[in-house]
Ligand binder design. Sequence first.
Ligand code: SAH
Ligand code: AVI
Length: 367
Amino acid sequence: MTARTPTTAPTGTAIPPTATTVSGSGPAPSASEPDTGSRLTLDRHLRAEDRAVALARDVLTGLTAAPRELPPKWFYDATGGMLFEEITRLPEYYPTRRERAILDRHAGDIAAACPADTLIELGSGSSAKTRLLLDALRDVGSLKRFVAFDVDETTLAKAGHGLLDAYPDLSVHAVVGDFERHLSYLPSGGRRLTAFLGGTLGNLRPAARREFLLTLREQASTDDALLLGTDLVKSPDRLVAAYDDGAGVTAAFNRNVLSVINRELGADFDVRGFAHIALWNAAENWIEMRLRAVRDQQVTINALALTIDFQRGEDLLTEISAKFTPNGISAELAEAGWATAQRWTDPEGDFAVTLATPSSVPTGAPV
Ligand code: SAH
Ligand code: AVI
């Protein structure tokens, strides 16, 4: 399969298998460039200029709010993507291993339940575990194309090239975008299995999760399915350790958001002036990652003509990572019009993978 599937995207372009793309800094591709025959196509819905505007808005809103807060999507530039991959190999960080074990065992069941021709992965990152799903869909004979959707173009392009080598018959469609804004640009047609793995749903607050699941539901056809990986509630000690590892990799990942703001908005954060904090919020059932000012300090953000004073001990919330119960997952899905078809957990009960299918009407109840 070499033909590019038409999309409604205004920015489609084919990139040769050996091309290197640079995160957010390439020129805007012209609309509807013809397919050049490559099996890898790239759509950019978050070009450098859009990214700068979105980051500026989030930084202005979040750093002037009380308490201060930034959305976690800004961790992920090339460095943040690499740091996340390092996190997945840490002894304390169990979710990736647990989810891989589940997929290892049940990818065949998933492919049998939804023999899709199109596998879509949202927040795809390296797509490493996804290969288990691609293998299973290839084995049932349904697989034609893989759509990888991520905010970080560098990671996306690297993953895409790796998949072309490993799957000679696969069309890979990479989409650079924000899954809270650009889901309507996902390619339609065929039978689609949409995977949202790693527990990334937990990085959204309940209202944002609901909006996200509703948007996916609105676009789903009867035979489509959603595959959702979610981390489960467990002892706070294990949870906090997973987000505050001994080697300091998660601390570097957390501080990386300050480096992103320094580079992209001309700010002068002293990244060592902020300590990494991970704590369990038992009332909300989520981990919070924060950056705590280790001294009084002033930060200037040139692109916003903004100066912020941080008091010693003041926190900036950089991420929530919600943990779920099986019933809670099904309830959130149901409220957005998704029926739980099957669920698998690892033997330790640490992580869940849920296969959901469109149900007739969302219940509409608040999350
Ligand atoms: N799914 C992979 C990666 C998880 S890390 C796994 O299970 O290991 C989270 C991924 O989501 C990163 O690659 C990050 O760049 C991407 N991401 C985070 N916020 C996003 C957003 N708002 N829109 C699109 N991608 C996002
Ligand atoms: C991507 N996401 C599911 C990770 C998580 O566990 O919430 C991000 C992460 N943050 C710190 N470590 C990993």
